[in-house]
Design a protein around this ligand. Structure first.
Ligand code: GLN
Length: 391
């Protein structure tokens, strides 16, 4: 008899953890797991120190510090023109991942179906299964990762309880268009279906596009839990502070789970983020330009070396297409890049229930310019070797 009996027998350690560990062991440049390698704003660090010195060291309110929820409501008003009630519609969570996990536990159970789009971020399906529900994985189209709305309409039914939406999309680097939100709203209209929208890359949308949040879509707003991340916005993924925004009833259900999961989030961090946002009410405004410049720097450094670079509309990633240089197989290519070029990348196949043949890996652009340049040099050199070997 197997002991303990696994609830997730086919789940291993996440690809991010594995790749970061191996990058450390091999001394590789880590363009795998998505996190910045540059400093945060020192003012944020000062606020964290001050919050602890000022005694904000005991439990924060379960829903999140009111000052922080008010700062979030002001940001939602400024950026999206939304009126959100900080009392009943905003919950501070341990990163976006906790909001996603608790949202799923709160909304689905045995017999329910949840739709996710492949490639799907790796935490979605395990959370659905731990809730006892079934995750239906619908692939985005190849090679441009668009939604097949016909397929979505055919997949939804009376058992469907939740759709997991993600824009800007990790790892596809696409951004949903307002028409996608209309299609989504129309697809779920006949049923009692909620939307959990992972929008952690809301400020990383490029080329003059605006982020299309479900919160800005009046029909979806009524049925959605939208999830955001201070780790991404403040360049500090180790903060593990995020939040969920949903109508009062849905928020109530989310909080029922959140209160028994993490209960409440690090008080000094919430205090510090609230103070920082009050001091810098425009936080996030410079991020599209900042990350677009990173994307463009990496693209320019890799131009003409044999890889192709699919369009990256958003997120802090860029896909690298190696189909001109070696046969399909993203895991094998990622291994080659890691061991031969000493550049860690993330293959996309772990984000699929049923991976197609893939010739792309994901590179993180949230890195110092010199890290991006060095990684590009190494990848270009690898491309040169592969090109010669293939010639
Ligand atoms: N969100 C990060 C990424 O996509 C990974 C975070 C994690 O390792 N859980 O790279």
């Amino acid at each position: 008899m197997e002991f303990p009996r696994s609830k997730l027998p086919d789940v291993g350690t996440t690809i991010f953890t594995i790749v970061s560990r191996r990058a450390r062991e091999l001394g590789a440049l880590n363009l795998g797991q998505g996190f910045p390698d540059y400093d945060i704003d020192p003012r944020l660090a000062e606020w964290v120190g001050r919050a602890m010195r000022d005694g904000h060291n005991q439990y924060a309110p379960m829903e999140g510090l009111m000052e922080l929820r008010e700062a979030i409501a002001r940001k939602l008003a400024r950026v999206y023109g939304l009126k959100v009630d900080p009392h009943s519609e905003i919950t501070v969570t341990l990163g976006a991942t906790e909001a996603i996990y608790c949202g799923i536990q709160a909304l689905v159970g045995p017999g329910d179906e949840v739709i996710a789009f492949d490639p799907a971020y790796d935490s979605y399906e395990p959370a659905v299964r731990l809730a006892g529900a079934r995750c239906i994985r619908l692939p985005l189209t190849q090679p441009d990762f668009r939604y097949d709305w016909d397929r979505v309409r055919k997949a939804v039914n009376a058992r469907t309880r939740l759709i997991l939406f993600n824009s800007p999309h990790n790892p596809a680097c696409t951004a949903a268009m307002p028409a996608d939100l209309d299609e989504l709203a129309a697809a779920i209209r006949p049923y009692d279906i909620a939307v959990l929208s992972d929008e952690v890359y809301e400020h990383m949308v490029f080329d003059g596009r605006a982020h299309a949040s479900v919160l800005g879509h009046p029909e979806l707003r009524e049925r959605s839990l939208a999830v955001f991340s201070f780790g991404k916005t403040l360049h500090a993924t180790g903060l593990r502070v995020g939040y969920g925004v949903a109508p009062a009833q849905l928020t109530g259900e989310l909080r029922k789970v959140h209160q028994f999961n993490t209960f409440s989030i690090a008080h000094p961090l919430q205090q510090a983020i609230a103070a920082y946002l009050t001091e810098n009410p425009d936080t996030g405004r410079d991020l599209p330009g900042f990350f677009q410049a990173k994307r463009d720097r990496l693209r320019a450094a890799l131009a003409g070396c044999g890889f192709s670079l699919p369009p990256a509309q958003g997120t802090f990633f860029q896909l690298l297409d190696f189909s001109g240089l070696c046969p399909p197989g993203d895991a094998a290519f990622a291994e080659l890049a890691l061991t031969e070029a000493k550049v860690a990348t993330i293959p996309l196949s772990p984000f699929y229930a049923d991976p197609p043949e893939l010739s792309v890996v994901r590179l993180c652009i949230a890195k110092r310019d010199e890290t991006l340049e060095r990684a590009a040099e190494r990848l270009a050199e690898l491309a040169g070797r592969l090109g010669r070997a293939g010639a």
